[in-house]
Ligand binder design. Structure first.
Ligand code: C5P
Ligand code: C5P
Length: 482
């Protein structure tokens, strides 16, 4: 197909997607009450927070429920509430079960692969041929629904951008793409709540003191600087950059003047060149950064990426109500609690990475495997697996599969790939869903091409590991299937 035809197809896809958004918004505006049911991670909390705020502003009473994951048994519990159910960041794989349980009285706002049925209020870009893994998150879709409910909700575009960053849709140096860029950023800037610029994009530009900014950098790893405090101090002092303000407070990257910023970014580029860093790694250094202009100048909430980590720190550590209140606008009690959780989250991630590195990974034909048992929380094991790539301690030639344990003893599977593996055919969500189907009804899961998960019983472990290996093999080498 020629590029002109592709562009026309895309326009048509966006139009039908927006039509569904419009009709969903109209229905939502007419409700008496609703329950927002959302996923516990950043994109879940931002999408749930956006919908809860939009409903509240429309004077519709709303309850909120956060789940680690939506499973079949949750649907039985939820239907007893006898209110309209608004699912955000999950639900697409349960359309038929939801229809059986509550008829038409539900909305699904999701961006994961493969819906399992038709429903008028199923708002998932994947159903329209748009890539929900790359160009819009649940936060972004919720924002579009909220904006269709009322243009007064345009300020919520900022939360939509945070959701996209939480799902790593900003990871290319060219920044947010497609609907994220077209709609969220345009609206965010127009509403005056966002600012975008190209700059160094190491994590922590606003809230980390300069030494920590370099010391903890994992994307990219800065050879001889990441994890080496003395070298980081020497490097910065060698550039003549003051580490502290006159009153003794530590300076962050955003505290530097334009000249100092230029000196530091040039020095880092030269440093990486000296270590023969490959081009794709160099590209991680500079890119778009997103500022939430209404947040305090030293708050981690001012940077969309840092905001997303604050929310993950809450939701993925069993305190989603705190993250939710931050999404609803609290900047006092809950915000302070969230900052405390952020410290704990960082510690948990560092310990998780250390454990995987010391214990080592097992190598299967088509993936690397690690069983953390109960030593890493089920809710963060996926993030730890993803960060292992950045740490340089595992090759990027195969996906990583990690096991941990749910509270009930069942196995939590988290899988992560790289965008290059996805380009070569890897689709983790599909491989997991198919593997679960072959294991029987107790196994449920799915996700994106690049990041996916599922739940298993202990006695399904060996069969899972074999089946998943075979499925991944088919994806990267389809000729072996026949
Ligand atoms: O359920 P949901 O789609 O929001 O979860 C996405 C999760 O997948 C993110 O929180 C992140 O941990 C992971 N992810 C990733 N790499 C990507 C995209 C997502 O590790 N490129
Ligand atoms: O939990 P984790 O961060 O590893 O999840 C990665 C992706 O897989 C998320 O998008 C999540 O919604 C999805 N997932 C799923 N079913 C599960 C576990 C995770 O669809 N049982």
């Amino acid at each position: 197909m020629r590029s002109g035809e592709l562009a026309e197809d895309r326009k048509a896809a966006v139009r039908t997607f927006l039509d569904t958004i419009e009709s969903t918004a109209k229905t939502l505006n007419g409700l008496d009450s609703a329950v927002v049911v959302t996923h516990h991670d950043c994109d879940g909390m931002t999408s749930g927070g956006i919908m809860a705020q939009a409903l509240k502003r429309a004077q519709i009473p709303v309850d909120t429920i956060t789940l680690k994951q939506l499973y079949s048994e949750d649907i039985d519990r939820l239907k007893k509430m006898e209110k309209w159910l608004i699912f955000t960041d999950f639900g697409s794989s349960y359309i038929n079960q939801l229809k059986e349980a509550v008829g038409e009285k539900f909305v699904v706002i999701d961006h994961h692969q493969k819906g399992n049925g038709l429903h008028d209020y199923h708002v998932n870009p994947m159903e329209f041929g748009l890539d929900g893994g790359v160009e819009i998150s649940a936060g972004g879709i919720s924002y579009l629904v909220a904006k269709a409910m009322s243009h007064k909700n345009m300020d919520l575009a900022a939360l939509g951008v945070v959701g996209a960053c939480g799902d790593m849709q900003d990871s290319r140096s060219s920044g947010l793409q497609g609907l994220n860029a077209e709609i969220l950023l345009t609206d965010g800037i127009e509403a005056g709540v966002m600012h975008v610029k190209r700059d160094l994009r190491l994590y922590g530009r606003i809230s980390r003191p300069l030494v920590q900014y370099l010391l903890f950098s994992t994307s990219p790893i800065l050879p001889d600087l990441t994890a080496n405090k003395d070298n980081c101090m020497r490097f910065l002092e060698g550039l003549g950059i003051e580490l502290q303000h006159q009153d003794g407070r530590w300076r962050s990257y955003e505290d530097l003047n334009p000249e100092e910023k230029k000196v530091l970014s040039t020095a880092l580029l030269m440093h990486l060149h000296q270590y023969n860093t490959p081009e794709w790694k160099l590209n991680e250094l500079v890119g778009e950064v997103y500022t939430l202009t209404h947040e305090d100048s030293h708050s981690p909430l001012r940077d969309a990426k840092e905001f997303s980590t604050v929310l993950n720190a809450c939701g993925r550590n069993g305190a989603s109500s705190i993250g939710f209140q931050v999404c609803m606008g609290d900047r006092f009690e809950y915000y302070q609690k969230a900052l405390g959780l952020l410290q704990e989250h960082r510690r948990n991630l560092a310990e998780g990475i250390q454990l995987m590195q010391t214990q080592g990974l097992q190598e299967y034909k088509n993936y690397y495997f690690f069983d953390a048992e109960s030593k890493i929380k089920d809710s963060i094991v996926g993030i730890v697996a993803g960060m292992l790539y950045g740490s340089g301690s595992v090759k990027t030639d195969k996906p990583i599969v990690a096991f941990s344990r749910h509270e009930d003893g069942s196995i939590k599977v988290s899988a992560r790939a790289t965008s290059e593996l996805v380009r070569n055919g890897v689709n983790l969500g599909l491989a997991l869903r198919e593997t679960c189907q072959s294991l029987g009804s107790t196994a449920e899961g799915g996700g994106h091409k690049i990041a996916a998960g599922c739940r298993l019983e202990e006695n399904q472990k060996e069969q899972f590991l074999q089946e998943f290996d075979t499925k991944l093999g088919f994806q990267t080498n389809p000729s072996i299937q026949s």
